[in-house]
Design a protein around this ligand. Structure first.
Ligand SMILES: [Zn+2]
Length: 607
């Protein structure tokens, strides 16, 4: 007792700081923590004193071009707002949070506090649990309002620190969205049984209505924007028994991002059908449509690029299910280097596609990236001087540089008929979506023999398999050897998230050599394994890359096709000429640290 009484209470001045953040204080703390040197601090002080700013101090300092100092001197790491936010969280002893919009319970943020309340406190509820509410803030020392909220929601509040810019942005978006869902639900309730007319009215009058009344329009806009932000390839709207689930496919994996009342989902589907010029009344048959929209303006202020979506609906037990497949020209049409060709295959492919005539086949299962390869290749070839024509089923993406035609089986226009019509259009380069039958194969051969360059796809496991397949369709060996000049087999593998991947010491050269036997890998081995972080939605992977196997029809390969097809001899000839099988291409991507053995094993045929 005596000792306790003897130690004086700390003077108030050195107690924990209370109030809003100020830049001089943050700068002082950064210096105390050894993150910023005296010279840098003086420079920033002089500059900031020169003029006031309405920016949050973390944002202002984050834009000051400061670099982190380390024991050895300047480390060169830029102290941006995000890093400063993380530092501040550590300093005030609160968890740091990078807000993940897909994990926020958007429907309930407004139960916790009003938008005005959130904006004035620079705080945003991000999770509402049974006993606890998590609130992100960029003012961790300004907490006088906590008690008020705790008694209002009858839960404990857990504060986390987040980037002030993101809190501002998401506060606007989440509250607007929550309001839209409420409005859409309200108008749905009023118009029970007549929701279609209601929606058409909504769509028609949206321009003259106050922005707050746009309900469904806003929800749909929000949905697209998030899908683009999250690099989703598909959006699913799935009516279930009680609620409608919205799911995004990102890097090949589906994620549930939001649940909405069934009435709202039906309204969203109707609005999207309306925009896609589909029959909004027809809900019992599957329908197709297409929408062209724009990405929102980028952070750099540049106008957003065009995005094309292919729509399809399917009647299910609980209503109409809709899938939107997103074709972003920036990701569908890439420069050839961005396709992920190895040096050897890349050079050979570039040479092949510049030949004047012949057939080039791309093969692989659905979803192996054939369309991207073909569009990207044709885009390279489509200059003012040549006529590039395609016949597709369906047209995946409208590309102004091509003349594209869609097959219409109902009108008796399949690939063969389309190709016949197309031949009268003075084409130079032709892309036939797929060779499924002898008739189409014969037309393609005819086109190649008369001096055209023809691209097409087949569904086979590997490059040699495509040649076998043509023979199986009934194409004579001499025609194959006279026209086919190359076959590219391909697969997609997920690539490791660069933000969180760690070295994988267990995947050594011996392991990889064993995996690729009888081949041996050249070059160094530096394998990585997935971990998972916010950047990659805790999957450990981000993006996908192509694996390629290129068969070039040289003299030896042609001899293996004609007069009699010998698949083994063809494979031997191709390998001798430098063909590297898909699995070996995958092994090399593992050695370079881009993907994992498990990914390659799952996606490539055995050797
Ligand atoms: Zn990651």
């Amino acid at each position: 007792m005596k000792t306790a009484a003897a130690s004086p209470a700390p003077p108030l001045a050195t107690g924990p700081y209370k109030g809003r953040l100020e830049w001089p204080l943050l700068l002082q703390w950064l210096r105390e923590d050894g993150w910023v040197g005296a010279e840098d601090a003086d420079r920033v002080t002089a500059r900031f004193r020169a003029g006031p700013s309405s920016l949050h101090p973390l944002v202002r300092l984050g834009g000051a071009g400061l670099t982190r100092r380390s024991a050895a001197g300047a480390s060169g790491v830029l102290l941006d707002t995000e890093l400063l936010t993380e530092w501040l969280a550590g300093r005030c002893g609160m968890p740091y949070l990078r807000i993940d919009p897909l994990r926020v319970d958007v429907g309930r943020v407004s139960d916790v506090m009003s938008v005005q309340y959130a904006q004035s406190r620079l705080a945003l509820p991000v999770q509402v649990g049974a006993t606890e509410v998590t609130i992100a803030t960029a003012e961790p020392y300004d907490t006088g309002w906590l008690g008020e909220i705790e008694s209002h929601v009858r839960r404990n509040v857990k504060l986390v620190v987040a980037n002030p810019d993101e809190i501002r942005r998401y506060t606007t978006e989440f509250y607007a969205l929550a309001r839209s869902v409420r409005n859409a639900q309200k108008s749905g309730e009023v118009a029970t049984g007549a929701s279609f007319e209601q929606l058409v009215e909504l769509g028609k009058t949206a321009k003259t209505l106050d922005a707050n009344d746009q309900g469904v329009v806003q929800v749909v806009d929000w949905l697209w924007q998030y899908a683009f932000d999250q690099r989703a390839s598909d959006i699913h709207l799935e009516p279930r028994r009680d609620m409608g689930a919205i799911r995004f496919r990102i890097d090949g994996v589906l994620h549930t991002v939001y649940q909405v009342p069934l009435a709202v989902m039906a309204a969203m589907t109707s609005r999207i059908k309306l925009l896609g010029r589909m029959d909004v009344v027809e809900k019992r048959r599957p329908l197709d449509g297409r929408i062209k929209t724009r990405r929102p303006e980028g952070a750099d202020g540049k106008p957003g690029g065009e995005v094309e979506m292919r729509l399809s609906t399917l009647p299910t037990a609980f209503g109409e299910k809709m899938v939107m497949r997103i074709f972003d020209p920036q990701t569908v049409v890439k420069g050839l280097p961005a396709l992920g060709f190895g040096e050897h295959e890349g050079r050979a492919w570039a040479e092949l596609i510049h030949r004047p005539h012949g057939i080039i086949l791309v093969t692989g299962p659905t979803g192996s990236g054939k369309t991207t390869t073909l569009y990207s290749t044709l885009k390279q070839l489509a200059t003012e001087e040549v006529n590039v024509c395609t016949i597709e089923d369906p047209i995946e993406m409208i590309e102004p540089a091509f003349n594209q035609t869609q097959v219409q089986p109902a009108l008796d226009m399949g690939f063969a008929e389309g190709l016949r019509a197309l031949m009268r259009q003075d084409p130079d380069i032709i892309m036939v979506g797929e060779i499924r039958d002898l008739e189409t194969a014969e037309m393609a051969i005819q086109a190649a023999l008369t001096g055209h360059l023809v691209f097409s796809t087949l569904h086979t496991n590997d490059a040699v398999g495509a040649v076998t397949r043509l023979a199986d369709l009934g194409v004579p060996g001499y025609l194959i050897s006279a026209t086919v000049i190359g076959v590219l087999a391909q697969r997609l593998v997920r690539t490791l998230c660069p933000a969180c991947k760690v070295r994988d010491e267990a995947t050594t050269r011996d392991v990889l050599d064993d995996f690729a036997r009888p081949w041996r890998l050249s070059g160094g081995v530096r394998a990585y394994k997935p971990v998972g972080c916010l950047e990659c939605r805790h999957t450990g992977f981000r993006g996908r890359a192509g694996l390629y196997e290129l068969l070039l029809m040289n003299d030896a390969a042609r001899a293996a096709v004609h007069p009699a097809l010998d698949a083994d001899a063809l494979r031997r000839a191709a390998v001798k000429d430098g063909l590297r099988p898909l699995r070996l291409a995958g092994g090399m991507k593992v050695a370079e640290g881009h993907t994992t053995l498990a990914e390659v094993l799952r996606n490539t045929p055995g050797l």
